[in-house]
Design a binder for this molecule. Structure first.
Ligand code: SAM
Length: 334
């Protein structure tokens, strides 16, 4: 019987690992970059195949201990960099057969209640995945009601963003908001009845986390740089967990592939002959029911893969332009 995959600690189950490995096709070796190393689930599985090489990256210094374990076992075939993937171009001059992004938080980060990611915790509002310039506490206590509303509405797609932001400002004039449970109380008070299956705090917590970690800018710069380091025929694999991430990836893959629509207003004619990707089928791969049962986190995961064309790399400036309203919002300073 085939045993279920586990990560190094067994606390984070890598999502769609069979699908990712099948796409990478490492049977005859290959050069892979795992941009979201986490507990190392994908890296470890790729390294099981002889003659593979893996570069792992993660912004979170807490994962260094997992990376060190892999280094002990696969010395010459594995390197790790504690860096954000928006800087992936500085870690290697190699060309890669596949670059993988498994976005968002790991279960280890979410379950470490002291980091303030979980609305189930009573800890300091931090929410940093590592290498950030601002904490959730600073955002909640210093940004204007208008900015908070926009952050919560846009990054959380929260319909009650106005009321939540007004109540945040009202509460903090009495006392600074310091902990996750204080924020949860404000959200509960602000929400009309919650008819959805998800917890009423989910969207606001997601929004603040995206803002603190500048996740949209990271994603856009990360995938552009990943495209640049892929070999012709190399695969860009992205697993996303919320609609903003998937919207960005879908736009990128669809509009920069050989079969993109020619009448697209974003593309001047002279760029038409240089697509970054081969024909793109706009296909989403989802976790099997069996996996969802074993790992509920995989339910919302969407895997997309694009194949690098043999054409010269031309910077996809239109991708940045299209989502500038999001990256500008991430740059807001109180
Ligand atoms: C969903 S987990 C990945 C889990 C991993 N695939 C595994 O099997 O263990 C996402 C990881 O990506 C990291 N991460 C998120 N954004 C990042 C960024 N911009 N640069 C580098 N690492 C990032 C997080 O710190 C987290 O450890």
């Amino acid at each position: 019987m085939k045993l279920p995959h586990t990560s190094l600690e067994g606390k984070h189950l890598p999502v769609m690992i069979d699908e990712v490995i099948k796409i990478c096709n490492p049977k005859n070796g290959g050069n892979f970059m795992d941009c979201t190393f986490g507990a190392g689930g994908y890296s470890k599985e790729l390294l099981r195949f002889q003659e593979t090489k893996v570069v792992g990256l993660d912004r979170d210094s807490h994962v260094i201990k997992f990376a060190n374990k892999l280094k002990d076992n696969f010395k010459s075939r594995f390197v790790f960099h504690n860096k954000k993937f928006s800087n992936l171009d500085v870690v290697s001059t190699d060309k890669f057969d596949a670059v993988i992004f498994d976005l968002g938080l790991s279960s280890i980060q979410l379950d470490n209640l002291s980091r303030g990611f979980s609305f189930k915790s009573k800890s300091e509002l931090n929410m940093s995945m590592g290498q950030t310039e601002i904490s959730a506490k600073e955002v909640l206590n210093t940004y204007s009601s208008e900015d908070l509303k926009n952050i919560i509405k846009v990054f959380g797609e929260e319909v009650d963003a106005s009321k939540i932001s007004r109540n945040i400002v009202k509460e903090r004039t009495k006392n600074n908001i310091k902990t996750t449970d204080e924020l949860v109380k404000i959200i509960k008070k602000s929400k009309k009845r919650n008819f959805k299956k998800i917890n009423e705090s989910t969207k606001t917590f997601q929004a603040i986390r995206i803002f603190v970690n500048k996740e949209v800018n990271e994603l856009i710069e990360g995938v552009i740089k990943a495209t640049k380091i892929l070999k012709p025929g190399g695969k860009l694999i992205v697993i996303s967990f919320h609609s903003i991430e998937d919207k960005i990836i879908k736009f990128y893959f669809k509009n920069f592939s050989k079969n993109r629509s020619r009448s697209n207003k974003y593309f001047p004619d002279n760029n038409d002959k240089l697509p970054l990707f081969d024909n793109y089928k706009n296909k989403i791969i989802k976790a099997s029911q069996k996996e969802v049962k074993r790992n509920p986190r995989s339910r919302s995961a969407k895997l997309r893969v694009a194949i690098r064309s043999a054409d010269k790399f031309i910077d996809p400036e239109e991708l940045r332009k299209k989502f500038k309203y999001l990256t500008d919002l991430e740059k807001r300073i109180a």
